[in-house]
Design a protein. Sequence first.
Length: 360
Amino acid sequence: MREPVPVIVPQMNPNDEHAVLVAWQVESGTRISAEQAIVTLETTKATFDVNAPCAGFLHFDVPPKTMVAVGAAIAWVTEDAVAPVLAKQPETSPAESAAVGSGERFTRKALRLIKQHGLNVDDFPGTARVEVEDVERFVQRRMSGAAAPADAEEVAQTPSKMIEVARLAGVYREVVPSTVALSVSAARLQRRLEELGAQYGALSVLEVAIYELSRLLPEYPEFNGYFANGRAWRYRRVAVGFAINLGRGLKVPVVDPNATTPLEVARSVRDLSLRYMRDELAMQDVVGSTFTVTDLSGHGVVHFIPVLNDRQAAILGICAERHGTGHRDLVLAFDHRMTDGMRAAQFLGVLRDALEGESA
């Protein structure tokens, strides 16, 4: 008889580590055909269906709204209707566990996460290597099985928000966050927008900022890279993304890297924004950014600290004018492992001058 065939969570994007199981398309124990859509998954980038790897009977016990690791088996397909009895890792005695050694079984990141959640290595019996994902799944199972507090009720989160939380938690387990802010003259900025508008048509602060950043980042590669495996890395390209969240979930579309004029940048931003509203953004539109801009000035926000994205060293926040001051802030959040506050201040100073029209 054929061995049970696993249904694996695919990696749709190179940076994906998790997905949320949105819904099963069939009931457990159902006969299915090969390539039949059986489950819907969602990441921060896309929602997609996973098809059956072969014909047979589908068996699963993972409920909807569960976060699952990329590469993990979430279901099994068998030749008959009997649910498979899958082999589990054998439990070991304390002596055997000591012989394996936590330093060998557990990654350093997993050990730190175990400590953060007040767990113990004994919570992970067996001999299999324990990764961060294993600890996160354990914590999630424990939380889902915990009794609800008497004075609170659960707030429903969208799958994309669940993924965002997991991703940001992973980023901030490692990053050394720092922030620098500089003020821009609102009058000079407006004059600069009017000058460019006379040449290209009306432009927004976001569009001009992305245009200037695309020219500036090659000179400041420490803000166009990331820190990983104990070393600093810089991207060979510049691809600026902008955060957008207008009721369809937070997305970071990537502006066309071939856009070389303010008008071309503006057209790319507007096209991506329109496709976001129409729910037409494709996977290639939201992957590959090397630097992110988030503009909350339209909401009247005069100061905020933007949150770093995965595999990025910095993010720029654009603020609204502070009432009565004639100035508005540019806020740069960055990973201090890549650079320092002095260099960040220089970077923002050059960007400010460009936005005010004080540089060539």
